[in-house]
Design a protein around this ligand. Structure first.
Ligand SMILES: Cc1cc2nc3c(=O)[nH]c(=O)nc-3n(C[C@H](O)[C@H](O)[C@H](O)COP(=O)(O)OP(=O)(O)OC[C@H]3O[C@@H](n4cnc5c(N)ncnc54)[C@H](O)[C@@H]3O)c2cc1C
Length: 130
């Protein structure tokens, strides 16, 4: 990215219309960089990251309005990586009666958490332990 940031207008979500200050106007935008851009800039200082993302946002949106407030955050551990191997999904150790479920086993997102839990429940049921 920031050549092409993923962007979300947080103020467009239900219940978030300047919820903390009804007199406030304006928008909160969330800008996500691509993994490639983040890897290349992971040790940049936060103002450099703001500048890069804001420049890309201005290009995409056509708005060069400066931000009134910015906040940067690196999600260093947000993605689980199985080193190219298939992710285990929902390990179930029947002899120990021990199962594992979570996003980190199945792709790192909310659907991964859901699929992992559903898969584990099925595995437990299939083993006659449910
Ligand atoms: C800021 C943020 C924004 C996100 N936005 C999105 C999004 O827009 N879309 C999306 O798909 N995903 C998003 N995610 C990711 C999503 O939240 C996770 O993929 C999902 O919550 C993982 O579910 P989980 O059940 O695997 O783990 P978690 O939701 O982390 O649940 C683990 C639970 O275990 C508990 N726990 C941990 N250790 C112990 C212990 N020792 N004893 C007892 N309990 C313990 C924790 O308190 C927690 O309740 C976001 C995550 C964050 C942090």
């Amino acid at each position: 990215m920031p050549e092409s940031p993923i962007q979300a207008d947080n103020t467009s979500k239900p219940g978030r219309e300047n919820a903390s200050d009804e007199s406030a106007t304006g928008h909160w935008w969330v800008l996500h960089a691509t993994p490639e851009w983040t890897n290349a800039h992971v040790d940049d200082d936060s103002q450099q990251v703001v500048n890069g993302l804001m420049a890309a946002f201005a290009e995409l949106s056509g708005s060069a309005e400066p931000a009134l407030e910015t906040l940067t955050h690196r999600w260093l551990y947000a993605r689980s990586d199985a080193g190219g191997e298939p992710q285990p999904g929902h390990p179930w150790f029947a002899s120990e009666q021990l199962g594992l479920a979570g996003d980190w086993l199945a792709g790192g997102r909310i659907e991964g958490a859901y699929n992992s839990a559903v898969g584990l429940v099925d595995a437990i049921g299939g083993s006659g332990q449910a």
